[in-house]
Design a binder for this molecule. Structure first.
Ligand SMILES: *Cc1c(COP(=O)(O)O)cnc(C)c1O
Length: 369
């Protein structure tokens, strides 16, 4: 069997740069243009974001999601604050302490919650862990939309959490590395990006560009504009001020002006549904959460995962011992899903077949790995 290395479903950032962003890059590559954001594309950016969110917001571009989150949280918290987040949140599990570093010491309080979502009761319990001056004071609530489990907070859920946070003096941060997927999924229900964010109480959104098809750019969008004070200095101090910012801005310009951000996200979401259907054909396999955006989370027996891997499919274990994550992106095709589904069916057939005449593998030597 030929050995392939297929990263189609490994992550939404194994995909390349989408055609619209590529065209934006090409357009920005024509001649000498003022640096550090003093260009025409960056000038138009605020207008694009204000139109999409139907409000006056302040937008800053940074180079990746970790910096976006860590810097946004640094604008919300003092070193003696804490940040309430989910225990699967990227800020807690995947940023190597960047939020703690850039806030100058804020403590992350990671809480469990079903389907990758925080619940008000758990947040309330955390807020009651008050020990006066001896314990860090909660300063921000961080939500991920769409979540790290491929699920969505409903509008009512965001509102309830944000209301609770504001009542206790906390600011509300939204990690929107996959905000586009959330916006595309909820659009059909008449829910707008404004409804999902500031109208529900979100103070600052980290709007992901990379996972939706751009290269090396994420937008930090402040709806509470008081919190944006001196944010440009935070960006520069963190080494996140892109001197050729026109290339980042031109990608956003192309993506937002054409509506490609929603088109690509809807496409990725739709393919995740098809991929989920391929898993549902096998009653022995269990989806961990109902997929609502562009990821499928499924429990796989070790032998099934190993057999898929040996057929070339690369994707990662994400939840517990046997919970795997498969992501779709703007470039995932029906053929990709069909190929995967065919391999999955073959693997499941051979897993179900009685093992006849097969020799047991020799026992491993003690100490062998
Ligand atoms: C990918 C991702 C980020 C950003 O990660 P970077 O690698 O720093 O760009 C942030 N939050 C979530 C939920 C993500 O999945």
């Amino acid at each position: 069997m030929p050995v392939r290395a297929d990263y189609t479903f490994a992550s939404d950032n194994t995909a390349g740069i989408c055609p619209e962003a590529w065209a934006g890059l090409a357009a920005a590559n024509a001649g000498r243009v003022p640096s550090y954001g003093a260009d025409a594309w960056t000038a138009r950016l605020q207008q694009h974001f204000r139109k999409i969110f139907a409000t006056d917001c302040d937008v800053f571009l940074v180079l990746n999601g970790t910096a976006a989150n860590a810097l946004a949280l640094s604008a919300l918290c003092q070193p003696f604050n804490s940040i309430i987040c989910h225990d699967y949140s990227h800020v807690d599990t995947d940023e190597c302490g960047a939020p703690e570093l850039f806030t100058g010491g804020s403590k992350l309080m990671a809480l469990a919650g079903p389907n990758g979502k925080l619940e008000p009761t758990a947040v309330e319990r955390a807020l009651r862990r008050e020990r006066g001056v001896h314990f860090q004071k909660p300063g921000a609530l961080s939500l991920t939309q769409s979540t790290e489990w491929g699920t969505l907070y409903t509008l009512a859920e965001i509102r309830a959490l944000a209301t609770l946070a504001h009542a206790h003096g906390l600011a509300v941060h939204m990690d929107g590395a996959r905000f586009a997927n959330a916006a595309a999924a909820l659009r059909g229900r008449g829910i707008t990006p404004a409804d999902l964010t500031w109208r529900a109480g979100v103070d600052v959104l980290c709007f992901g560009g990379t996972k939706s098809g751009l290269h090396a750019t994420e937008a930090v969008v402040f709806f509470n504009r008081d919190l944006a004070r001196d944010f440009d200095r935070r960006v520069k101090q963190a080494g996140q001020l892109d001197s050729k910012m026109r290339f980042a801005a031109a990608q956003w310009d192309a993506m937002l002006r054409t509506g490609a951000w929603l088109k690509h996200a809807a496409h990725a979401n739709a393919l995740a549904q098809k991929l989920a259907a391929a898993f549902r054909r096998h009653p022995a396999l269990r989806l961990i959460a109902e997929p609502e955006v562009n990821g499928v989370f499924v429990e796989l027996p070790p032998a099934v995962f190993a057999a898929l891997e040996s057929r070339g499919w690369h994707f990662y274990r994400f939840i517990g011992e046997h919970g795997y994550r498969l992501m779709c992106a703007w470039d995932t095709t029906d053929q990709d899903v069909a190929d995967f589904a065919a391999d999955l069916a073959a693997v499941m057939r051979s897993a179900a077949a009685p093992q006849t005449g097969k020799k047991k593998p020799p026992a491993k030597k003690p100490g062998a790995r």
